[in-house]
Design a protein around this ligand. Structure first.
Ligand SMILES: Cc1cc2nc3c(=O)[nH]c(=O)nc-3n(C[C@H](O)[C@H](O)[C@H](O)COP(=O)(O)OP(=O)(O)OC[C@H]3O[C@@H](n4cnc5c(N)ncnc54)[C@H](O)[C@@H]3O)c2cc1C
Length: 364
């Protein structure tokens, strides 16, 4: 892998847009067919707002590539998911277990695993592309100047607000608004990944989560699309949580971001012609738990393998076949949404026996 901020060639076998887990996996696998250029709009190492919770599927996937470096694992090393009805003081621990990592270091490590014929260019947003019978011409902006790169296949792995998906003319998926606070820890928190429902924040509030991570606690909240004044709502949420959790000390950082709000099977799109969509760009994410890293790595790897094993004209068909089971998995999860998002569903979950909550969350 070579990494630069400016120089790159005019032709590659594959161009990948986005250096997240979907893009890196696509690049790693597509490199078996020829040269790959990864174009990333952010500077690197990039900062992706995230809980850094690797579920068992993500851990299994990574185990097939390389051992996870200990240096990026935070304390407590493992946390179990716990359902919390804040207003009624109900806590239901589950057997769902996550590895607790620093997301920035994790992403940077994934990039470091790329082979020598992958060229990564940061601070270079892709603005659009055109397709013709022979391939794809990609327009990328570098230090304010537009450049064109030619390729046989393009992979859009550019996240929830994908430019590649929009340019293809596929409808974009609406997005949750997320805010994540980093609070200094002033005492120990129980070693759980708490998913919290509370009623005082109003209808635009979906849920919050708290996870201890080394010297800080991450306190994130997820608000439904088009939520107004989310920062005020997050301040209100923090006041409520702090009243019971004095361990949540000074807030040292707040991140605002978005996450896919997948609502229908039609939100999942594999691509068109010579262009493949992977990770959140293709709608690959759990609609029920918000888990996205395993979906991104699996769909990205499938895109790269389809490219590596097919002629450019046939890569999309191979990819569509390979991700068929991920689409079915998302459709299955979508059936739970009306229950999970309704006030009565959130309320009733408090009455469900803990072992059943634990079993149910395994399928989310
Ligand atoms: C607050 C929050 C917490 C989360 N917590 C977890 C968690 O604990 N565990 C979990 O599994 N998932 C979590 N997720 C979801 C997970 O982070 C994502 O699903 C996952 O990162 C998706 O990977 P991706 O490669 O598809 O996209 P991304 O990781 O979003 O990467 C896309 C990349 O494309 C780049 N890009 C965008 N546009 C362009 C362009 N035009 N040109 C070039 N580059 C471009 C972006 O800069 C970005 O680096 C969380 C999400 C949020 C918002």
């Amino acid at each position: 892998m070579t990494h630069t901020t400016t120089a790159f060639g005019a032709e590659y076998d594959t161009v990948v847009v986005g250096a997240g887990p979907a893009g890196v996996m696509a690049a790693m696998k597509a490199a078996a067919r020829g040269t790959v250029l990864v174009l990333e709009s952010s500077s690197m190492p990039r900062d992706k707002s995230c809980g850094g919770m690797l579920n068992e599927h993500a851990q299994e996937f990574i185990a097939g590539i390389a051992p996870i470096p200990r240096s990026m694992v935070r304390t407590p090393e493992h946390v179990n998911f716990r359902y919390v009805d804040w207003d009624r003081g109900i806590r239901k621990p589950t057997s769902l277990r996550f590895l607790n990592v620093d997301r920035r270091q994790f992403d940077d490590w994934l990039v470091s695993l790329l082979p020598g014929n992958v060229h990564v260019v940061s601070s270079s947003p892709v603005e659009g592309f055109t397709q013709d019978a022979g391939g794809v011409s990609v327009t990328v902006s570098v230090a304010g100047d537009d450049h064109t790169v030619r390729c046989n296949n393009l992979v859009g792995a550019d996240g929830a607000r994908s430019t590649v998906r929009r340019t293809l003319g596929e409808g974009s998926v609406s997005t949750y608004v997320t805010l994540q606070d980093f609070c200094k820890l002033e005492g120990e928190l129980e070693p759980y990944f708490d998913c919290i429902y509370m009623r005082d924040i109003g209808d635009s509030y979906a849920y919050s989560y708290i996870v201890p991570k080394g010297e800080v606690a991450l306190v994130g909240s997820v608000y439904y699309p088009k939520t107004r004044r989310p920062h005020e709502k997050q301040d209100q949420t923090m006041d409520i949580l702090r009243a019971t959790l004095p361990q949540l000390g000074e807030m040292v950082k707040r991140e605002a971001s978005v996450a896919l709000h997948v609502r229908s099977a039609a939100d999942v799109v594999a691509g068109r012609s010579h262009v493949l969509l992977a990770g959140e760009a293709g709608g690959f994410m759990s609609p029920t738990s918000g888990e996205g890293i395993s979906y991104a790595m699996n769909s990205g790897a499938a895109a790269g393998m389809a490219i590596a094993s097919s002629a450019p004209d046939d890569a999309l068909a191979a990819y569509s076949r390979a991700v068929g089971h991920i689409g079915s998995n998302i459709r299955r999860k979508l059936r739970w949404l009306p229950f999970m998002e309704s006030t009565w569903g959130k309320y009733l979950a408090g009455f469900v026996p803990t072992p059943i909550v634990s079993k149910m969350t395994e399928g989310l």
